[in-house]
Design a protein around this ligand. Sequence first.
Ligand code: PLP
Length: 365
Amino acid sequence: MTTVNRVFNFSAGPAVLPLPVLEQIQSELVALPGVGMSVLEISHRSKTFEAILAKAEADIRSLANVPSNYKVLFLQGGASLQFSMVPMNLLGQGQTADYIDCGSWAEKALKEAKKVGTVNVAASTKGENYSRLPKQSELTLTPGAAYVHVTTNNTIEGTEYSTLPQVGDVPLVADASSDIFSGPVDVSKFGLIYAGAQKNIGPAGVTLVIAREDLVAKSAGNKALPTMLNYSVHAENTSLYNTPPAFGIYAMGLVIKWLLDLGGLPAIAEINKRKAAKLYAEIDRTGFFRGTANKDDRSLMNVTFRLGSEELESKFVKEATAAGLDGLKGHRSVGGMRASIYNAFPEAGIDALVSFMQEFERKNG
Ligand SMILES: *Cc1c(COP(=O)(O)O)cnc(C)c1O
């Protein structure tokens, strides 16, 4: 049992990890049971590590019902490298990729894609500070596009898709960094899903990519593509082309196992819905706090809200931090407050924040 005091960590990422996972890492860090070496020390070519990798993949496949014609890859470079790898692998000469510009990360993704090939911005809500998601009727999709890119949860602005955009037969590519495995997912609806682990499924340093085989195959034999940026190389080598982020894969495996033990994605979805509902109810209760995202598009993962003045917001964040509610300052590009309440964020922390908000309003309202 951990005896150190832990604060409630509302950070957007790297973010809170499940306590049982941290405790298991702690207990196994010096020597993996029966191995006598740390996961930080073992060869990535050892039987022990191969088993850790295989188990992480098998558990991901079982957790998300990943169809057998999809590859599961453990890569490096964060979600940000996927902004480049996706077009470098999937956007062929003479093709167009459609990008839905629904948030600051989406904009970064499309900026990188433009360096690689032809990009059509299918819709943008940038003019509205990305406070809402583009509607289906607003999308201008390119017939026969190489893919459509969407950010399923906009971490900075606090919006999240509850229904995926309809893109017909064109592969849907999703940056799911901040809501992956927060609820049931139909992987077969996607061509490729990617996520930096450090928000919802592990520590920084490993990026999960789940990609349909025909899309992975597009870069097979592409000699112009740097080897390390080629999906098919990583797939052919089961993420062991070079030294993989071994610790990150091990830790992600433990988080996935924790999700499975909890009852899988339907179970975590219920918890996430309950947590977010409590917080939004408090935000909406009197008008003292103001949610910044369009109500229909509100994220269950990143809850963004503001107060009447920036002075009051600074005071709120300062006093909350002192009360053990850490990381509530909004992203520097939007200001205000943001409570990131990913899978591992405990419900007790929501209750503590709601009490703090009520007390703060009593004193300052
Ligand atoms: C955090 C985040 C990123 C950037 O992730 P890195 O792993 O730091 O590159 C990209 N997209 C979304 C939606 C994010 O939340």
